[in-house]
Ligand binder design. Structure first.
Ligand code: THU
Length: 136
């Protein structure tokens, strides 16, 4: 993927970071998801007074894309106000694996340090459990 596409996705996530609802952790996260068809979907983390009901930015973006009929993903940019780029949580890795190959690009950028990390989904979730494992 071209570096200008990576930069564009980071910018897309940055734009919506102020919408992150994180009054409990004060960790603000936004995600911009690029589909195979070239569309971009956004998400922010949405926390709740009942802490366990918090939804991560990545899964909000996935739900938005699937709602629009998109089911194949190419890359996601995660932007956070943490000191280091935030690696996606295990639940989000599993949800991304439902709609992506192991070469999906996971880009993470910290607005605090300006650092960017880039991984492949297969590195973050090796031996992913997917639909093919429940075929009989
Ligand atoms: N969070 C995300 O939005 N994405 C992740 O991959 C990790 C964590 C959010 C959840 C919670 O609102 C805050 O970051 C602190 O865990």
């Amino acid at each position: 993927m071209e570096s200008k596409t990576i930069d564009m996705l980071i910018e897309e996530a940055k734009k919506i970071l102020p919408n992150s609802y994180a009054p409990y952790s004060n960790v603000h996260v936004a995600a911009a998801l690029l589909t195979e068809s070239g569309k971009i979907f956004h998400g922010v983390n949405v926390e709740n007074a009942s802490y366990g009901l918090t939804i991560c930015a990545e899964r909000v973006a996935v739900a938005s894309a699937v709602t629009a009929g998109e089911r194949r993903f190419k890359a996601i940019a995660i932007v956070s106000d943490t000191p280091e780029p935030l690696p996606p949580c295990g639940a989000c890795r599993q949800v991304l694996a439902e709609f992506a190959n192991e070469d999906m690009l996971i880009i993470s950028h910290s607005i605090k340090s300006g650092k960017t990390a880039v991984w492949r989904l297969g590195e973050l979730l090796p031996y992913a459990f997917t639909q093919k494992h429940i075929e009989k």
